[in-house]
Design a protein around this ligand. Sequence first.
Ligand code: AMP
Length: 117
Amino acid sequence: MTEPTPCLFCRIIAGEIPATLVYIDEEVVAFRDVNPQAPVHVLVVPREHVRSVADITPEQSPLWARLLHVAQKVAQDEGLDPDGWRLVSNVGPNAGQTVDHLHLHVLGGRSMSWPPG
Ligand code: AMP
């Protein structure tokens, strides 16, 4: 019987796959996107495996708040204020989610168009 494929981001969090970490605590890890779409492109990821924003339960509200505060800190540390930055979380195939482990994209360092393609 084949083992289930280990989640890519779980493996990064476990230190099995290298990544450029910019923030780490007991609940949340943030690392640079390997294929950056802006001068600053950081992924904010909970250590707990949650598939996407669609799966966050009311009981996980503190974790969700924690993710937002880490995204805010990353943006500040990366010097994205006051020019602005974008926070994105793709859910499912139509939105282009490619890694099924909840993550927030912190994007900045250039102007961005709206709506996204
Ligand atoms: P999404 O398409 O919204 O699921 O975002 C997944 C993101 O993970 C993409 O922007 C990828 O470039 C990024 N990514 C994939 N593999 C790695 C990796 N090994 N290290 C850092 N970022 C990665």
